[in-house]
Design a protein around this ligand. Structure first.
Ligand code: ZN
Length: 149
């Protein structure tokens, strides 16, 4: 277990632009606001979505793209640092016209129809991602660097 001390600093409410790539827009926002530690929550709708499922045996993401309108039932994630840059890790639950819900790891190529997002900015011991040998994922390691953002 790795525990990082974090303190809530600020909160932003953001409406994303129609047609933008959801993950890219979140990453750009984190980068432009110098947020490298925090959490996000969002709801809305997308015109297409790409989600990933991490296959634990092959240790690779299996991707699925849905080229249709979907509601974002919930999308939550966190902001931390990898290779010196803020990265977003988010999971998304999507519903189709019948109310069927499915979801996975949010990937690029998810197109915003309308999205309302809450960005919670934290300060403290910034979690930094490095490749974890047992999962092959970029996970928070033990190194911590303190400071605002
Ligand atoms: Zn994930």
């Amino acid at each position: 277990m790795k525990v990082y001390s974090a303190e809530l600093q600020e909160c932003y409410l953001v409406r994303l632009d129609m047609g933008s790539d959801l993950l890219e827009a979140l990453e750009e926002l984190a980068g432009s606001l110098w947020i490298n530690m925090g959490t996000i929550e969002l709801i809305g709708a997308v015109s297409q979505a790409t989600i990933g499922f991490y296959n634990q045996q092959t240790q690779a993401y299996e991707m699925q793209t849905f080229e249709r309108e979907l509601e974002i039932v919930s999308c939550i994630g966190n902001i931390s640092v990898r290779d010196g840059r803020p990265v977003i890790h988010a999971h998304i639950a999507l519903a189709d016209q019948t109310g069927q819900v499915f979801g996975g790891h949010l990937m690029h190529n998810t197109r915003v129809f309308a999205v309302e997002c809450k960005f919670m900015v934290m300060s403290g011991e910034v979690p930094t991602r490095t490749q974890d040998p047992s999962t092959n994922l970029y996970l928070w390691n033990e190194e911590v660097r303190s400071g605002q953002n």
